[in-house]
Design a protein around this ligand. Structure first.
Ligand code: MN
Length: 228
């Protein structure tokens, strides 16, 4: 029987406790009755619930921005943090081999388990209850999001990509500043010497313009890489 303390942390008392038990069961523990189908269901629900919430919360966001915000919330990293917050680790039902596994292997098992629990709550009590639980776990993270986050990580991602190739960091040059000081408009270029590439970005702040240029650069580099 699953401990009452876990039920309390999850915040849902199951009418069908066997669903929670199934959600905690890794395939290494049971090849037949494990959480993989619940994980599949929970993954779909999580995408929908987070998508719906972001849609309401950011009425001016474009599709691409909403996608990036959602991706930042439903990724494995975030799910692993939720799992740790719920302290799922001790309740996982794992086979003997997996009991010893640590690190990223364990992290992905925990992340999958959170998805499976979302699926289990939905089957047990329906969408409204499921949504309320999910939003409680994710709310602090959703609260902290701004539209800036969708552009913020372009520069970081470009930097990481370049570092992975052991290339020099990009340079950003201001090409033009238009308008009066309270409503300035920036045109910036991002240059990556090794690739012989430069892209322009524009925006209401230097940062915004740089983020746009970095995003274009990253797309070009990633595409070029997949062709080679
Ligand atoms: Mn998964």
């Amino acid at each position: 029987m699953t401990a009452a303390i876990l039920v309390k942390r999850i915040g849902h008392v199951f009418q069908q406790p066997q669903l929670l038990e199934l959600a905690l069961t890794h395939r290494s523990y049971s090849g037949k009755d494990n959480n993989e189908r619940l994980e599949f269901l929970g993954d779909s629900l999580l995408n929908f619930i987070i998508g719906d919430t972001l849609f309401q919360r950011f009425p001016n966001a474009r599709e691409g921005q909403l996608s990036r915000l959602r991706a930042s919330l439903v990724k494995g990293d975030t799910l692993t943090k939720v799992a740790r917050q719920l302290d799922l680790g001790p309740f996982l039902l794992l086979g003997p081999g997996e009991l010893k596994s640590g690190g990223s292997r364990r992290d992905s098992i925990l992340a999958d388990c959170v998805e499976a629990i979302i699926g289990a709550i939905y089957l047990d009590a329906g969408l409204d209850v499921c949504k309320a639980r999910v939003l409680e776990w994710f709310d602090p993270r959703i609260e902290g999001l701004t539209l800036e986050d969708t552009v913020k990580d372009n520069k970081t991602r470009l930097q990481e990509w370049l570092q992975a190739q052991k290339w020099a960091l990009p340079t950003y040059n201001i090409l033009d500043i238009e308008g009066a000081s309270h409503s300035q408009y920036f045109v910036v270029e991002c240059v990556v010497q090794q690739a012989g590439l430069s892209f322009r970005g524009e925006g209401g702040s230097r940062r915004q313009a740089e983020q746009m240029a970095a995003g274009l650069m990253l797309t070009a580099l990633e595409n070029g890489k997949s062709q080679s």
